[in-house]
Design a protein around this ligand. Structure first.
Ligand SMILES: [Zn+2]
Length: 372
């Protein structure tokens, strides 16, 4: 991965490049931000830049032996760890590496859900277990194959269990010579405070709409209008944007779902709600989460429409038309409550709540809340 292949994040890139050129690379760094913002893509490009034997002051060359090996994710001194769904005989990333490599080579922005989809088990969260930390400890205690750095890169480090984290902490505290440990994490609440305090934090922020839209057109060949439309509601997450694009060029799936949901909530249509919920259940967890964020964004746009006028609200023409009629129903008397139930729903979906029950409850709440 070259830095120039990464969407946006210019400041982070410059800071990383600077550490290499000034020979001030911290041995433990934590890239905090969604995979869809580019947290892993940045760590990968950084690693490649460190190893490149023909780099410029701004990027890797892309053509030297090190660059080629890293772009194939098969450099002998770069080790990847990622959550796996543990089985009796498959306990570490090595047991799943060819599938994972294939996914990352397809897109360095791939999400956790993309991974579980690929392994065919979407409803079970993967784990980085203690066998993985042991494996890494063994690997990085060896001499490097090529005489330079050894890098251990964790994809979704928050999925590490306590035993694995304690073992990793020892490595961070007493790293073998010329060893770098890079962690990528979407959330840091579940990462050991002792690990946090010993790693340099690199904050990776959401992309802006223009960057998402540009990524969709330039990398994935989307047409301009569709790209702009998707960028409006994916909250700066390029992997969500990619999924949305793949879901179909013709329709805005979340928007259509939102409109039908609100219509049946107006009518207090219980049978309709049950049918709707069955459709939502088929979406799978990640799309349900994205859908909830989308719903929240339309609520916010409606409220803004009330305050500053629709001409100042960013949305597609189709959405504006809908919001114009919808916005009298969103106001300061219900927005707080709406925000609360949607955020709570997001929290519970993320922790594997039953989507059917949850969205049905939400529908009944909306029956009551959506009114002038
Ligand atoms: Zn190179």
């Amino acid at each position: 991965m070259l830095f120039k292949e990464i969407i946006g994040q210019e400041l982070v890139k410059q800071n990383l490049i600077q550490t290499v050129n000034a020979e001030r690379i911290s041995h433990a760094q934590l890239f905090h931000g969604k995979l869809g913002y580019g947290s892993f893509a940045l760590a990968l490009a950084y690693t490649q830049y460190i190893f490149c034997t023909n780099k410029t002051s701004q990027d890797s060359c892309g053509g030297c032996a090190s660059c080629l090996k890293i772009s194939q994710l098969s450099h002998p001194d770069v080790h990847f760890s990622f959550p796996v769904q543990l089985e009796a005989k498959k306990k570490t990333s090595d047991d799943f590496v060819s599938e994972w490599r294939e996914m990352i080579q397809n897109s360095a922005y791939s999400s956790e859900q993309d991974w579980y989809h690929k392994t065919g088990n979407e409803n079970k969260k993967g784990l980085i277990g203690v066998d993985e930390s042991k494996r890494i400890a063994e690997k990085i205690s060896l001499k490097s194959y090529e005489g330079g750095y050894k890098v251990s890169l964790f994809w979704l480090a928050e999925n590490m269990n306590a035993a694995a984290a304690n073992k990793l902490l020892k490595l961070i505290e007493e790293p073998p010579e010329k060893t770098l440990i890079f962690l990528c994490a979407e959330s840091i609440e579940s990462i050991l405070p002792t690990i946090l305090s010993r790693t340099q934090l690199i904050k990776v922020s959401p992309l802006n709409d223009a960057q998402i839209s540009q990524g969709l057109t330039e990398i994935l060949g989307a047409d301009n209008q569709r790209a702009t439309e998707i960028a409006c509601y994916v909250n700066g997450d390029f992997s969500l944007a990619t999924n949305e694009l793949e879901m179909g060029e013709e329709k805005s799936f979340y928007f259509d779902s939102f409109v039908s949901w609100m219509r049946l909530c107006f009518k207090k249509d219980v049978a309709g709600a049950v049918k709707f919920v069955a459709e939502v259940q088929k979406m799978g967890k990640e799309k349900q989460k994205a859908f909830l964020l989308f719903v929240l964004s339309v609520f916010q746009k409606s409220l803004m429409g009330n305050f500053v006028g629709m001409q100042n609200v960013k949305a597609t023409e189709e959405q504006k038309k809908f919001i114009q009629n919808f916005m009298p129903y969103i106001h300061e008397r219900n927005i707080g409550h709406l925000h609360e139930i949607m955020s709570e729903a997001y929290y519970h979906i993320d922790r594997n709540a039953n989507a059917k029950i949850l969205f049905l409850d939400l529908s009944f709440d909306l029956f009551k809340l959506i009114k002038k």
